[in-house]
Design a protein around this ligand. Structure first.
Ligand code: GAL
Length: 373
């Protein structure tokens, strides 16, 4: 079935587990406290047709964010809303100002992919004060009550899949251990970076402890391996330093844990420039260049988080709110944002390697031909 956005929205609306009406699980929907009109067919509406919906996106640090912008604009317009979709390209202050402007414009729902999930409390509290609903998209919003739900792929599970793939790739491509590896994490201001890292280390740490894996540089803490701003040049620079400092001569670098594709490709540049053979390296986001690299047998794995499904789930949740319903939730335990457990709807990420790439992407025409080159 070719996945079109309207089709995915309808599927998300039909197949999600709606939250029970139980007060302890109910996601606040101030709009349902009073109906604000109805459709021509008389359906009660809690969010009027044509209402403004704000979508505040972080920065274009990977292709999934670029795709999300287009999908939100198209999907919200098709659903009869007035979208304001903006990137905080120049950083946190710009994103704060954009959210303030969305509130000023009367947005009934604010969807936010935070650059820094801990620095939006003031803006989102102002949004809640107007009766708007706040949905954290892909990345959790932290240290504030002013977030009603979190819609994302299970990002701890992303890390578990990455750690598992690294071990499998080492066995498959290097043979028996022990192995030399290095670790890379995402940007420390991205609320996802720690769950990615913790998920992976839940798999890798026992193997470090038993001597199967050695992190030759000794850089094993999140703070030591985080990559500010998800910038490729920061990852490449750190790998250059690690390679020149710890991998002189014929010391092999067998594997690298990379949290996403952009940083994986940057690390591979550093490895090639150091004259080392391609290590087993993980990634995330199914970026076009990385999928081609995986099909060609270079990068070992990526993660498929179908942005169309994530956007569709978010828009279907907004349609639920418009119809005086509640945001569908399937997890009420995992995501503690520092002041509350944020009710979440978690989608399932998929690991992709050369063995299953063609099958996984069979219905995704956003990638184009999968052949290398
Ligand atoms: C994360 C997101 C990843 C990747 C990364 C860098 O928050 O979940 O899929 O896009 O940002 O952009």
């Amino acid at each position: 079935m070719r996945k079109t956005l309207p089709g995915l929205i309808a599927l998300a609306a039909a197949s999600t587990l709606a939250l029970t009406a139980c007060s302890s699980d109910r996601v606040d929907n101030p709009a349902t406290d009073s109906t604000t009109g109805s459709t021509a067919s008389g359906t009660e509406l809690c969010i009027p047709e044509g209402s403004t919906i704000g979508v505040s996106l972080p920065q274009k640090t990977s292709e999934n964010w670029v795709l999300a912008e287009q999908l939100f604009n198209d999907g919200l317009t098709a659903a009869g809303f007035e979208p304001i979709v903006q990137f905080g390209n120049s950083g946190v202050t710009e994103q704060q100002n954009q959210i303030d402007a969305m509130v000023e414009a009367g947005a009934k729902v604010i969807v936010v992919g935070a650059i820094d999930g801990s620095q939006l409390g003031t803006q989102l509290e102002a949004a809640k004060a107007t009766g708007a609903t706040v949905i954290a998209y892909d990345r959790l919003v932290k240290n504030t009550e002013a977030v009603d739900a979190y819609i994302a792929f299970d990002n701890y599970q992303v890390g578990v899949l990455q750690g598992t793939a690294l071990l499998e790739g080492l066995a498959e491509r290097v043979g028996d251990g022990p192995y030399n590896i290095e670790l890379i994490a995402g940007s420390s201001d991205d609320a996802n970076a720690m769950p990615f890292f913790e998920g992976a280390m839940s798999i890798l740490q026992p193997k470090i402890d038993d001597g199967t894996l050695t992190v030759v540089s000794g850089q094993t803490t999140f703070e030591q391996v985080a990559t500010q701003g998800w910038k490729a040049e920061n990852a490449q620079k750190r790998m250059d330093t690690v390679l020149s400092g710890f991998y002189a001569g014929d010391v092999a670098l067998d594997g690298i844990l990379s949290p996403n594709d952009t940083l994986a490709r940057a690390a591979l540049v550093a490895v090639a420039q150091a004259g080392k053979v391609t290590p087993v390296i993980t990634g995330q986001d199914s970026e076009v260049e990385s999928v081609k690299s995986i099909v060609a047998g270079e990068q070992y794995s990526t993660i498929y988080k179908d942005t169309r499904e994530l956007v569709a789930q978010t828009i279907a949740s907004i349609v639920e709110l418009q119809n005086c319903g509640e945001i569908p939730i399937n997890d009420t335990e995992q995501y503690d944002n520092g002041v509350k457990i944020v009710p979440a709807f978690l989608l399932t990420p998929k690991i992709v390697t050369q063995a299953n790439a063609a099958e996984v992407y069979a219905n995704d025409d956003t990638l184009g031909p999968l052949t290398a080159g």
